[in-house]
Design a protein around this ligand. Structure first.
Ligand code: MTE
Ligand code: MO
Length: 380
C-alpha cells in the first residue's frame, strides 16, 4: 500500500478522500483564527505523502548557465536570508460543491474551507535563482519556472506545476522556497522539508516536497498544468473540451464566504441582531477593500468589519500595494428584519481593483468545478 506511511491527522478535519488524503476544517472553526493552525489547515494531496530524510534531501535546479545545481537543506537555510510572509492558500476547487448543485462536475466535493492562512518562512526563490546565475541572458530565453515534487504516482510520474518567470523573479512577487509554516518545520502533509509558496496564486502551483526547479522556455508538461486546473465556458462539456484552448490558472479571482452562522441553523429573534462571520481574499496580491453583507437575499446591504490579525487591538500593518497575500476575516451584527421567518444571508467582497464576485453560480459553472466564487448564501 503506497499509503502505508501517511502522517496522523487531526480528528476534526472533514475528510474528502482518504487515499490520497484530502480534507478541510469544519467551516465553523475556520474563522476562529486569523492564522490557521497547521493541524487544521486544509490538506490537498494528489498522491501518497513522500517521507523525506532531511539529511539526504537535495533540491536540484536546472536551466541556469552554470549547469545543474544541487542544494542541501542546510545550504538552502544558511546561504539565503530567511524571509517570512503571511499568505492564504486556496485550492482552485474550493466551493466546488456549490457548482455540483447546479450540474455535476468532476472533482473532490470541497465545501467552503479548501482555503487557509499561514505564515511561511524560507528563502526567496528570486535570491536563489540570482545566486546561481539567473540574469538577462536567461531572462531573454526563459519564460517559466517549473517545479517538481518528490511525490510520485505508480508509474513514477511526479507532481509538477509551473509559474511565469516574471512572478518567480520579481522582487514584489515574494515567492518562497519555504521550510517553515507557522514558525515550525513544515508538517509532512504540507511539503516537508521544502515547498514553494507562490502567494496570490492558485494552490496547485505551490508545489510541496519540492525536488526540482527548472527554468525553462516552456510551462510544466505535467497533467496538472496542461490538462487540469483550467477554466471553461458553462457550455463546454467533456466531449468538446480542448484543454489547450485555455490558460493554466495562476492568480485567483476575488472570493469570500460565510463561516457563521451555518446553513439551516436557527437564530434567536429576541437577540434582534444576527452575528455573521466569514473570510475574504483575492489573488494576485489584490487587497480586499470591502465585504458587503445582506440578510434579505441581497435586497439591502451592510458593510462588515475587516480583521487582519488574531488580536483585534493589533491589526497587521497594511501590506504594500499589490502584495496583499493574506485573507481578511470579517464580522458584523445585522439587525433581524421584522417578521422575517427565514433569513437568506449573503456575502460578497470587493478587491483593490474593484473586482467583485458574480451573484450566481450557473453563469460561471464549468466542467471541472474550479473558480467557484459566486456570492455565498446561507439560509437560517
Ligand atoms: N504539491 C505536490 N507535490 N503534490 C500535490 O498533490 N497539491 C497542490 C499543491 N501542491 C500538491 C502539491 C494543490 S492542488 C493544492 S490546493 C495545494 O498543494 C494544497 O496545499 P496544502 O495541502 O498545504 O493545503
Ligand atoms: Mo488544489
Amino acid at each position: 500500500d503506497p499509503y502505508s506511511a501517511e502522517p496522523t491527522r487531526h480528528p476534526a478535519l472533514q475528510i474528502n478522500s482518504l487515499k490520497p488524503f484530502n480534507a478541510e476544517p469544519p467551516a465553523s472553526i475556520l474563522s476562529d483564527n486569523y492564522i490557521t493552525p497547521s493541524v487544521i489547515f486544509f490538506k490537498r494531496n494528489h498522491l501518497p505523502v513522500p517521507r523525506v530524510d532531511s539529511e539526504a534531501y537535495r533540491l536540484d535546479i536546472e536551466g541556469l548557465p552554470g549547469g545543474v545545481v544541487s542544494l542541501s537543506l542546510s545550504e538552502l537555510k544558511s546561504r539565503f536570508p530567511k524571509h517570512t510572509i503571511t499568505a492564504t492558500l486556496q485550492c482552485a476547487g474550493n466551493r466546488r460543491s456549490e457548482m455540483n448543485e447546479v450540474k455535476q462536475v468532476k472533482g473532490l466535493n470541497w465545501g467552503i474551507a479548501a482555503i487557509s492562512n499561514a505564515t511561511w518562512s524560507g528563502a526567496r526563490l528570486r535570491d536563489v535563482l540570482l545566486f546561481y546565475g539567473f540574469g538577462p541572458e536567461v531572462a531573454a530565453k526563459a519564460k517559466h519556472v517549473q517545479f517538481e515534487g518528490l511525490d510520485r504516482d505508480v508509474t513514477g510520474t511526479a507532481y509538477g506545476a509551473s509559474i511565469p518567470l516574471n512572478n518567480a523573479v520579481s522582487e514584489e512577487g515574494d515567492v518562497l522556497l519555504a521550510y517553515e509554516m507557522n514558525g515550525e518545520d513544515l508538517p509532512p502533509d504540507h511539503g516537508y522539508p521544502v515547498r514553494v509558496v507562490v502567494p496570490g496564486v492558485v494552490g496547485a502551483r505551490n508545489v510541496k516536497w519540492l525536488g526540482k526547479i527548472v527554468v525553462s522556455d516552456e510551462e510544466s508538461k505535467s497533467h496538472w498544468q496542461q490538462n487540469d486546473y483550467k477554466g471553461f465556458s458553462p457550455g463546454t462539456d467533456w466531449d468538446t473540451v480542448d484543454f489547450k484552448s485555455a490558460p493554466a490558472i495562476q492568480e485567483l479571482p476575488i472570493q469570500s464566504a460565510i463561516t457563521h452562522p451555518a446553513e439551516g441553523t436557527s437564530v434567536d429573534r429576541s437577540d434582534r441582531e444576527v452575528t455573521v462571520k466569514g473570510y475574504a481574499w483575492s489573488g494576485g496580491g489584490r487587497e480586499v477593500v470591502r465585504v458587503d453583507i445582506s440578510v434579505d437575499g441581497g435586497k439591502t446591504w451592510h458593510v462588515a468589519k475587516l480583521r487582519t490579525s488574531d488580536q483585534e487591538q493589533h491589526p497587521a500593518p497594511p501590506p504594500p500595494p499589490g502584495r496583499a497575500w493574506a485573507w481578511k476575516l470579517w464580522e458584523i451584527d445585522v439587525p433581524i428584519p421584522h417578521r422575517a421567518q427565514e433569513l437568506e444571508i449573503v456575502c460578497k467582497a470587493v478587491d483593490s481593483s474593484y473586482n467583485m464576485q458574480p451573484d450566481t453560480v450557473a453563469p460561471i459553472w464549468n466542467l471541472r468545478g474550479v473558480l467557484s466564487n459566486a456570492w455565498h448564501r446561507v439560509k437560517v
